[in-house]
Design a protein around this ligand. Structure first.
Ligand code: NAP
Length: 433
């Protein structure tokens, strides 16, 4: 019997489990561990609450979690409740599928002022991640700057720009919807250090900016290279640029009171303010021959009361696992960290790609495990159970999660799929006897 522990129950973890079930058949037992009592990682806490169709992929993960060869052990923190060394002693293979939940620092003076936060925190707040329930982002100023030109920046901007009616049928938590309903925000700036050709947006996300009830995109024609240059772009990027050009040609819709301004060719220099953010000093940039941003020397200030840095994520280090500080992920070769210890998904390759990218990642990791890692002989789940029981760790099983799920669905506001439980203590009351 092959024993496999997967740490992290987001897409990479579940696809790895699915791949292992297919590859090893009846000859495998899989334990999926998560530090939260709730499964699905980024699907629950990262994917935007108004993108419910993407979140529906969790139903596929449920099939894996309820397979008799698989167990979900929530509320078990690897590195605290049990070490990686202990896990590798207990299981034939241990796969770290812990994602990249930490914000990369903006790294400019003033980044520690109240009102400056990373997108992991901001997204975690509106998505009801227990760690960020008390974030309380200031929404009393008229302007917000979201730094970064990726889909996460668009997610943050869109949530800030939408009306309550537009968010009503999402699973945004009430502790975010209430303050957003009273928000004074009239201008959301999406700050990109490079131009439209270099933006990391995808078509659907950019298109949505043109379909908002009270908000309108503002894109400046002078930020584009000559139209002929678009021909050199690959198809996906060309379509994104086409939409951006349409926004620029149309100009903002004067009937809409909120603008989402795509401020290309600017990078943050300094956050201004005494005890809280009052503005962001920015440097105008241009592209060098290599397509990288270089300073022009021209600076300006965007007055704002909130700065969200959506500039990418880092994996959280785990004691005993070699970590590449610069890249912000585990040191690994094709997913292999050490004999019997692997990583997959964002923890392997960094925070890029779609949810589906992790399927390919998980399945190919299983192929490598099957080809190189011998099975058998280790204590597996009985060993872990004994260790966690001795440490009095309260485990949330998949059935416990299903109880939490039912409670969340039962208390949803009208039209919403659920109202998430955000306090760990409240979740614990479901599974701690
Ligand atoms: P991303 O796509 O890598 O974008 C990060 C952005 O931050 C880039 O525009 C980058 O600019 C900029 N940046 C990095 N460091 C910066 C700095 N110091 N100052 C200013 N700008 C800086 O990352 P992401 O938006 O966090 O998304 C992560 C992954 O999740 C992506 O693959 C994304 O597509 C995916 N995602 C998908 C969806 C969806 O499909 N709906 C939603 C959310 C996220 P440069 O390019 O100049 O480095």
């Amino acid at each position: 019997m092959r024993t496999l522990a997967i740490v992290g129950s987001g897409p990479a973890g579940f696809y790895t489990a699915e791949g292992a079930l297919k590859a090893f058949g009846d000859d495998v037992r899989i334990d999926i561990l998560d530090r939260l009592p709730t499964p699905y990682g980024l699907i629950r806490a990262g994917v935007a609450p108004d993108h419910q169709s993407i979140k529906a992929v969790s139903r596929r993960y449920d099939q894996v979690a309820t397979d008799p060869r698989v167990r979900f052990l929530g509320h078990v923190s690897v590195g605290e409740d049990v070490s990686v060394e202990e896990l590798t002693g207990l299981y034939d293979d241990v796969v770290l599928a812990v994602g990249a939940p930490e914000d990369r620092s903006l790294g400019v003076p003033g980044s520690d002022l109240r009102g400056v936060m990373g997108s992991a925190a901001f997204v975690g707040w509106y998505n009801g991640h227990p760690a960020f329930k008390d974030l309380d982002p200031p929404l009393d100023a008229e302007a917000v700057v979201v730094v970064g030109n990726g889909n996460v920046a668009i997610d943050c901007a869109r949530i800030l720009a939408k009306t309550v009616a537009e968010l009503q049928d999402s699973d945004i938590v009430n502790h975010a919807l209430d303050p957003l309903s009273r928000s004074s925000v009239k201008r959301v700036h999406i700050l990109g250090r490079r131009g439209p050709h270099q933006a990391s947006f995808t078509l659907k996300e950019v298109g949505e900016l043109g379909e908002l009830d009270r908000a309108t995109p503002l894109v400046r024609a002078e930020d584009f290279p000559p139209a002929e240059a678009d021909a050199a772009l690959e198809t996906g990027q060309r379509r994104v640029v086409e939409v951006l050009r349409k926004f620029a040609a149309a100009g903002p819709d004067a009937a809409k009171p909120v603008t989402v301004s795509l401020d290309f060719f600017h990078r943050p220099l300094r956050v201004l303010g005494e005890d809280r953010v009052t503005g962001l000093e920015v440097m105008k940039t241009r592209l060098d021959e290599a397509g990288q941003a270089v300073d022009t020397g021209e600076t300006g200030v965007i007055p704002c009361g909130l700065v969200v840095a959506a500039i990418g994520y880092r994996t959280a280090p785990i004691p005993g696992v070699p970590f590449d500080e610069r890249a912000g992920r585990f040191v690994n070769r094709d997913g292999s960290i050490a004999p019997g210890l692997w990583c997959v998904g964002w923890a392997r390759r960094g925070p890029s790609g779609t949810i589906g990218t992790n399927r390919q990642d998980g399945f190919s990791l299983v192929e490598r495990i099957a080809a190189t890692s011998p099975a058998g002989g280790k204590a597996g789940r009985e060993g872990l159970d004994a260790l966690l029981a001795a440490r009095k760790v309260a485990i949330a099983s998949f059935e416990d999660w299903q109880k939490i799920d039912a409670l969340e669905i039962a208390r949803a506001r009208a039209g919403a799929p659920r109202e998430k439980i955000v306090a760990l203590d409240e979740m614990r009351s479901v599974f701690v006897g």
